[in-house]
Design a protein around this ligand. Structure first.
Ligand code: 6GU
Length: 273
């Protein structure tokens, strides 16, 4: 996979040389190219920002350097890109929330291009222009809070995507067992324990040492359901009741959730009369 990142703070992306991502790069599984937006300015101050039309606080990124920078990146596709071209990712607090589903989709792409805004974002015509040219553009948000720019989102998205590429994570089976994995119905993962069997008076649940693989699997499923119900009820709303057995339904009922049309919903509270 090839990743191009356009930013005014390329140094921010230095962690992409570390750990599993750095190793994937030296192994040739991932190629990352960082480009300086200011190379595409033409004034003495290398200006990338300006005040917003209509007024308001803060500065926006001007469209012209973005147009030049992205045209230059798009003009140099990797061999693997084929006809479809890149996905252009624009980190933004107004984007779709980035999820494991999106990470899996992006891991199937040969070429990702990131446009990292700073300040109050990029002039809206930049996204409009590349969409009109047929580029697949996705504005992505990390969640409901405000960051100073898109570079942290690049670190997050590249890490989530690159670890799904063949050969990057040693044990492929471990990917399928994680929280949010489709194989686990998008549930949070069960709690996990290693040795010693007792630590500071706390015992590992006995079932995990029973050698009964069926009982272990049932316990883990129950823990995943309870955790998800208590911490992330929004995820249960997307759990297909058809993928749940009688034991699952009983656990969820205990946690106060009943099957709805598409997923599980909080049971209506009993009304006193
Ligand atoms: Cl991707 N960018 C910025 N600036 N703020 C954010 C974000 C992204 N995701 C959440 N907040």
């Amino acid at each position: 996979m090839r990743v191009d990142v356009v930013s005014i703070f390329g140094e921010y992306l230095a962690p992409l040389s570390l750990s599993l991502i750095g190793k994937a790069r030296t192994q040739g599984l991932l190629e990352v190219r960082v480009h300086d937006l200011r190379e595409h300015t033409h004034d003495r101050h290398r200006t990338v920002d300006d005040t917003p039309y209509g007024g308001g606080a803060g500065l926006l990124m001007k469209p012209e350097p973005w147009g030049e920078a992205l045209d230059a990146v798009l003009a140099d596709p990797p061999e693997s890109a084929g006809e479809r071209g890149p996905v252009l990712l624009v980190p933004s607090p107004v984007g779709e929330v980035f999820t494991q589903v999106a990470a899996v989709e992006l891991a199937a792409e040969p070429w990702l291009v990131f446009a990292c805004g700073r300040y109050e974002g990029i002039d809206a015509r930049v996204v409009e222009h590349y969409r009109a040219r047929g580029v697949r553009v996705r504005e992505v948000s990390l969640g409901d809070y405000v960051l100073n720019g898109g570079e942290v989102a690049v670190l997050v998205v590249v890490e989530a995507v690159a670890r799904l590429l063949p050969g990057v994570v040693g044990n492929a089976a471990s990917l399928a067992e994680e929280s949010h994995a489709s194989e686990h119905d998008g549930l949070l993962e069960h709690p996990a324990y290693t040795k010693p069997a007792t630590w500071r008076g706390l015992d590992v649940p006995a079932v995990l040492s029973s050698g009964d693989h069926g009982a272990v699997a049932r316990w883990r499923r129950e823990q995943a359901l309870r955790r998800t119900a208590r911490r992330r009820p929004d995820l249960l709303a997307r759990l297909d009741p058809a993928r749940c057995g009688a034991a699952d339904l009983a656990v969820l009922a205990e946690e106060g959730f009943v099957p709805g049309a598409h997923g599980f919903l909080p049971a209506a509270p009993a009304v006193a009369d």
